[in-house]
Design a protein around this ligand. Structure first.
Ligand SMILES: C[S@@+](CC[C@H](N)C(=O)[O-])C[C@H]1O[C@@H](n2cnc3c(N)ncnc32)[C@H](O)[C@@H]1O
Length: 180
């Protein structure tokens, strides 16, 4: 099992590494977070009604959609791939969630995160590193939840593990502390 997990993470890293040669803005390949892990991420972040949840590299939008449907939160998904963005935007419309979920076609590296109460990530550690300047601007009390990949130099408030289809997934929760 452990070997399977290591192989899968290595594969994710290899695909992303190869893609970065093609596009230096690519922070991670199209690999969705399994739904039980999505549930665990949002639970760990203690999302409250009306809070704003950003998913950087939102893929099919499952995290922001679940935040809106199950926590009555507002979701903002940022997606760089035009193809994925089109499908995800259509999915949000088909679910009638346009008032609660906004999908933005853009680069997560250039997004102002000041409105965010919660930021979710399923990107490589090296990508999280590149996002640190934006994450550092989050307001005190905001939370960052990362699937499988740590934010180097930040101390997590909690680290939880869940096994899905024989694979162990890790959820890192970080809380932005008041300055000073
Ligand atoms: C590993 S998937 C995660 C999808 C979703 N967050 C989830 O957990 O199910 C990474 C996603 O990030 C997108 N992506 C990669 N680089 C990006 C960037 N610079 N800005 C926005 N999206 C990006 C990819 O197209 C892909 O859909």
């Amino acid at each position: 099992m452990r070997l399977l997990q290591i192989t899968s993470l290595a594969l994710l890293g290899a695909v992303a590494f190869a893609q970065q040669f093609k596009n230096p803005n690519n922070l991670g390949p199209d690999m969705p977070t399994p739904q039980p892990v999505v549930e665990m991420m949002l639970k760990a972040a203690k999302v409250k009604p009306g809070e704003v949840v950003y998913d950087l590299g939102c893929g099919d939008g499952r995290i922001v959609i679940t935040a809106a449907q199950e926590y009555d939160a507002k979701g903002v998904g940022i997606e760089m791939s035009r193809d994925i963005f089109d499908k995800t935007e259509a999915r949000v419309k088909s679910l009638g969630l346009q008032d609660k979920v906004q999908i933005i076609h853009g680069n997560a590296l250039h997004v102002d995160l000041s409105p965010a109460d919660v930021v979710t990530l399923y990107l490589l550690t090296s990508s999280n590193e590149r996002l640190k300047p934006s994450l550092a601007k989050l307001h005190p009390g905001a939370r960052v939840v990362s699937h499988d990949f740590q934010i180097r130099g930040w101390v997590p408030t909690s680290v939880q593990k869940v096994t899905v289809m024989g694979m162990v997934h890790t959820v890192y929760l970080y809380e932005i502390k008041p300055k000073g």
